[in-house]
Design a protein around this ligand. Structure first.
Ligand SMILES: [Mn+2]
Length: 411
């Protein structure tokens, strides 16, 4: 399939889907953070499913105006001839036809409450997050296992199907694997399924060159192939080129939201209560995050209000001057939820996986004289703490379940 026919295949598929009013179709969805892994996994599995078990279409959860926030996604899509994603792809903002009731989940394993109607059925799950154990009776396949990238699990499924994977999809899945595993770096997040998936995809992708394919057959490490290295470097550079984004854009660019049930014993009213928490992953160190707008604290407070959050976590990932990966965490809690704050600080600071070390806000350019206490860096209505995360390998995938355990667990 040539590049132009792949994108026109997607466009005509979208038209068919809308003309059918979704009847008989399965919507394949990635997670709400909308990273390249979700995008590639959804397009990959939708293509596979539509060639094996009936009509399926990828639904891209990224709102139209947010496409610009992820330069690496735009770059990878452009590589495969998709130049106007919100026209060619079925996206957030397009109508959800009334007849849709079947969902396939990739890169997450619980259907977002927004789509969870009484008739909704989850017919497939392929994911690499913590398994929440749902849809065991309805989902086939139901693959939930550790991997650096969900795209690797989709690629392995392709391999076992004996379908010929289009080069466009090989390129997209490979790009997602490379960005999630930092180019399959040794000692990083890549596990065997990622390396095997990359080895399968490389010869079938756009980036494949003759020397690459022969190198593979001689058992050279795939991370050292020139085309893989250059694709990986370009994607990473795009991903980290966020210096033009405002505080608000940084917060919403790679963002996930959770609801937690706070046990009755923790709460003044002595009844359990639902709270919302948001986790934003930001590819900049905190000192740069706090330099992203004229009033970064105000924009952050506005985001907390807009999303009606009790807790906002900002998880940073960046490289230090020596090129080593580093991470920090910033937590902001509404001051009226004081019992939540105490519980969260205790749980986070004693967590052996994250290994957090407290950092004062003065380090991030705050004027110590203007703050009543360090915790009041975001004003009196909020309680905030910042940390260096000494386990540099723990991402939101580890932090979200830790947060759930701390907040929902008994004190
Ligand atoms: Mn993923």
């Amino acid at each position: 399939m040539s590049t132009s026919t792949f994108s026109s295949h997607l466009k005509s598929q979208k038209a068919d889907f809308l003309a059918d009013n979704g009847e008989g179709w399965t919507i394949v969805m990635g997670n709400e953070a909308g990273d390249l892994d979700s995008l590639a996994s959804a397009l990959g599995y939708a293509w596979l499913r539509s060639h094996t078990s009936g009509k399926a279409i990828a639904y891209i959860t990224t709102p139209r105006e947010d496409f610009i926030l992820r330069a690496e996604n735009l770059y990878a899509l452009d590589l495969v001839g998709i130049t106007q994603p919100f026209k060619e792809l079925y996206c957030s903002g397009d109508p959800i036809p009334s007849q849709v009731s079947q969902f396939a989940l990739v890169d997450h394993n619980v259907l977002n409450t927004r789509y969870d109607t009484p008739t909704a059925r989850v017919v497939a799950v392929i994911d690499h997050h913590e398994d929440e154990g749902q849809y065991k009776d309805t989902a086939d396949p139901r693959i939930v296992e550790p991997a650096g990238s969900c795209s690797s699990l989709v690629a392995r499924f392709f391999q076992s199907s004996n379908l010929l994977i289009p080069p466009e999809l090989s390129t997209l899945l490979l790009s997602a694997i490379l960005i999630d595993t930092k180019g399959l770096k040794a000692g990083g997040k890549a596990v065997d399924v990622d390396r095997e998936a990359a080895a399968y995809l490389i010869p079938l992708s756009h980036s494949a060159r003759c020397e690459d394919v022969s190198a593979l057959s001689e058992n050279h490490p795939i991370t050292q192939l020139p085309s893989v290295q250059s694709l990986s470097a370009t994607l990473e550079e795009k991903k980290f080129s966020v210096s033009h984004l405002s505080t608000r854009d940084l917060l919403r660019r790679d963002y996930k939201e959770y609801t937690f049930t706070i046990p009755a014993s923790d709460h003044v009213t002595r009844s359990s209560k639902m709270i919302r928490a948001g986790l934003a992953t930001i590819p900049l160190r905190l000192s740069k995050f706090f330099a992203s707008s004229k009033s970064p604290t105000k924009e952050t407070q506005d985001w907390i209000a807009e999303r009606d959050l009790s807790v906002l976590g900002v998880l940073t990932t960046f490289r230090n001057k020596k090129g080593k990966g580093r991470r920090e965490q910033l937590w902001i809690i509404k001051a009226k939820d004081e019992s939540i704050a105490e519980k969260l600080w205790r749980g986070l600071e004693s967590n052996e996986e994250l290994r957090l070390k407290r950092r004062g806000f003065a380090k991030f350019g705050f004027d110590a004289k203007e703050m009543i206490t360090d915790e009041a860096a975001f004003g009196e209505s909020y309680i905030a703490r910042a940390y260096q995360q000494r386990n540099v390998n723990a991402t939101r995938k580890q932090t979200a379940p830790i947060l759930r355990k701390i907040l929902e667990g008994t004190p």
